[in-house]
Design a protein around this ligand. Sequence first.
Ligand code: GMT
Length: 383
Amino acid sequence: MPANRPLRIGITCYPSVGGSGILASALGEELARRGHEAHFISYEQPFRLSNLPEVSFHPVTINDYALFKYPDYTLPLSVKMAEVSRAHRLDVLHVHYAVPHATAAILARDMLPPAERPSIVTTLHGTDTTLLGQDAAYAPAIRHALAQSDAVTTVSAFLERETRRVLPMQRSIDVIHNFFEPRAPRRTREAMRAELGLRAGETLLLHASNLRPLKRIDVLLAAVARLQPREAFRLLILAGDDPAPCLAQAGALGIADRIIIREQVFDIEDYLQAADLTVYTSETESFCLGILEAMCFGCPAVSTAVGGVPEVVEDGVTGLLVPPGDADGVARAIETLLRDSARRQRMGGAARIRARERFSADVIVPQYEALYRRLAFPLAWSP
Ligand code: GMT
């Protein structure tokens, strides 16, 4: 079998709004554009997955048996993984987020005859290490699944170090950073700013996330409440979860009129191009795909210097980093860039170049292809 033939890759991820599912969907699409087959296996079609001929979706059906207090997903997922692997002769099963995907993949592989077993690649995205990896009820299962995977990757060097600290292990881990390849916006920047109700001269701050507690929206809003002059900006929050608590907090801080919320946004590029500056106040972040998405549209970042963020944002060049929890520091950094639009634009230009040079599909996807080929054709790769 020629070692350069197109590959058949199974991909499992969480389909809902979240960085790991977004990255997995983009990877599947990019693999398809490069002539490979991508087979998504999950309980729903990932929300940002486009309909391309080389991309197929295989739903996992979960029956709700009265005898189970907690419905089980891992077993039906592993059965579907084995079924798809066999039917489509998958070379690789690439699972994003270890829990429970890596465990299900190991089980699926064990269920198949040796000649039909795909190689298993597990990509760690963040809380599968930083949160669940520290939970005694999960850690041994995660460590086992990582040990049994044919390759393990992390989305930042920080996450590799953190994984080794939290789940001590000998095995190799490849760091493959996240990428973002923007689609062409469908509406103009001017049309978007008009739709958002921005007045001339207002700077648009952008935050896009699932608003989970670790995103520290309380710090974000506390920082925004300190910004002067208050007529100079609006904060657009692209919410991947219920924004009600955030709106209540904004009301209590007296800044409800400064906040614009949009929920379940699919056409993210339209909003990204309307923004001037992106702001993140997370207490931990393995990479922060949201920052990269904004960088692609020339937006510098103000962010807390946590986890893998310093690998994405070059402090003082493509954005400003401040210590976690420091609402005052975040406010001062934003004000610096609100007042000095020339510096903001310079940083935005540098951010766009950094995104293209380090985190574009053309830079990152070949790293995954090389990894898949190394596993699928070990003889062609032996020294
Ligand atoms: O680990 C998580 O919290 C979930 C995950 C997700 O699905 O959104 O987020 C992580 O993966 C993203 C994509 O690789 C990264 O950009 C995020 O930084 C990371 N989140 C955390 O580390 C908290």
